[in-house]
Ligand binder design. Structure first.
Ligand SMILES: [Zn+2]
Length: 136
């Protein structure tokens, strides 16, 4: 069976071991970014960014609950922005939680979980997606 494709370039799928998100850390100021870049957006250092494996654990920074979307997109869903432990801020959907603001506290400890996307693309490729879920 062919390997699924990553849904975003910063989702890495090693031949051995678990998938993970990759960031780039500035060697000078330690700021962490998603995606490759040559200049640090925090301190302007050039060519001082190294690839790092981001933590699977983080805290919910902010979220919004979407009740209406395109046909075929199941609602409601919770779109979240999460600050990962050790650096990196990542956007993704928060699953396995009641989409009720009363039940989703800011700062909630969450973890990444990786799943095959429900649909394939026109060429029949499968995609690996990432989500957040409350930490157990
Ligand atoms: Zn920097």
């Amino acid at each position: 069976m062919p390997k699924p494709l990553p849904i975003v370039p910063y989702l890495k799928i090693p031949d051995e071991g678990d998938p993970y998100l990759e960031g780039h850390r500035c060697l000078d100021c330690r700021a962490v970014f998603l995606g490759e870049r040559s200049v640090c957006a925090n301190c302007s250092a050039r060519d001082r960014l190294e690839a790092v494996r981001l933590s699977n654990h983080g805290e919910l920074y902010v979220y919004s609950i979407t009740h209406r979307s395109f046909p075929g997109v199941e609602t409601p869903y919770v779109g979240a922005i999460v600050d990962l432990e050790g650096g990196g801020t990542v956007k993704g959907n928060l699953i396995h939680i009641d989409p009720d603001p009363e039940k989703i506290p800011l700062g909630l400890p969450v973890e990444l979980t990786y799943q095959i996307a429900p649909r394939k693309d026109a060429e029949g490729n499968e995609y690996l997606m990432y989500y957040f879920q409350p930490r157990t």
